[in-house]
Write a protein that binds this ligand. Structure first.
Ligand code: AKB
Length: 313
């Protein structure tokens, strides 16, 4: 029997789907509880319908299963968040508060909070943006992530808790589709390519953003959560794998699918993308707990095409 009991909120989202599988693989089926608003039968572990806006419901699950770690993935992402700013602020914050409180009341050992490159604002539209660059987000999603990093620090300092955060860039995965983000195009483009369809991109061709292949994102998450507490000196680590634009990734895809076509119809997501860094300096994560990505543009592209074609056939 594992000594771990890991509760995941938002387990059926893009990150949750891959992370839950990886946590089951690492710690065993008995150790993982996958929760979301609506659950499916996808995982070989306990799955629960859990509304993270309900503190009593989270508290009950944490007590009942003697949860030792919470991975709080439920959130509204950047593009969708702009459609309903106040609701997004409310949802993203209230769910994290509930997780923090349930963890505090029940002595949960560690909490994971996914922060984002959205913590930065237009002044950070540069290359190699430093860990401690000013945080001036212009999306409600980004503001909620900055607030989340502050609250993580607050709970760590005031209550001696161990809340850890990574700033994810755009995540590229074959397991499931993302929804509501600004970087989602970088997954959709692969689905269109393998189905021989034209891709209409909502960003301009040269809009470069930091990205990360899901295997690297999972490795970073588990590596940081497993690191000794004394090595974790930062709340909200910059991490990235590779920085690319729609025209760069399209050119890479064309190496396998020479007939692949892409056209551009920028929409409101362009403004969000232009408020984020071009690339990040992730030296803190490298120095403090040995972060090192292994997927470059070529490997990421080959792997996405291979995995999606396997799924299709
Ligand atoms: C989004 O595009 O909103 C997310 C993110 C970068 O946090 N993928």
């Amino acid at each position: 029997m594992s000594t771990h009991k890991l509760l995941i909120t938002g387990a059926f989202g893009q990150l949750g789907t891959a992370l839950t599988e990886a946590l089951i693989y690492k710690y065993g089926s008995d150790a993982v509880i996958a929760s979301d608003l609506k659950v499916r039968d996808d995982f070989d572990c306990e799955t629960l319908e859990l509304d993270a806006t309900n503190l009593e419901a989270i508290d009950e699950v944490v007590r009942k299963y003697r949860v030792t770690q919470i991975y709080h993935l439920a959130a509204v992402l950047s593009a969708k968040g702009e459609q309903q700013p106040l609701r997004t602020w409310d949802l993203n914050n209230s769910t994290f508060f509930n997780v923090l409180e349930a963890a505090r009341l029940n002595d949960v050992q560690k909490v994971f909070f996914p922060s984002s490159i959205a913590v930065f604002g237009p002044d950070a539209r540069q290359e190699n943006v430093a860990q401690d660059f000013a945080l001036n987000p212009t999306t409600v999603y980004g503001i909620s992530k900055v607030a989340g990093e502050h609250w993580a620090r607050y709970y760590n300092t005031k209550y001696g808790m161990d809340v850890r955060c990574l700033r994810y860039p755009g995540l590229i995965s074959y397991q499931s589709l993302p929804g509501g983000g600004t970087t989602d195009y970088a997954v959709d483009i692969f689905h269109k390519a393998i189905n021989n369809e034209e891709f209409v991109c909502y960003l301009k061709p040269d809009t470069q953003l930091p990205m990360l292949y899901m295997d690297d994102a999972i490795d970073a998450t588990i590596r940081m959560m497993e690191a000794s507490k004394r090595d974790i000196k930062t709340v909200g680590y910059n991490i990235q794998g590779v920085s690319f634009s729609p025209e760069i990734i399209a050119a890479e895809i064309k190496k396998t699918f020479p007939d692949f076509e892409i056209s551009y119809q920028p929409d409101s997501r362009q403004q969000i993308a232009e408020s984020w860094p071009i690339s990040l300096d992730d030296a803190c994560a490298r120095d403090e707990w040995g972060w090192e990505p292994s997927f470059d543009l070529k490997r990421l592209t080959e792997e996405m095409i291979y995995r999606l074609e396997l799924k299709k056939n």
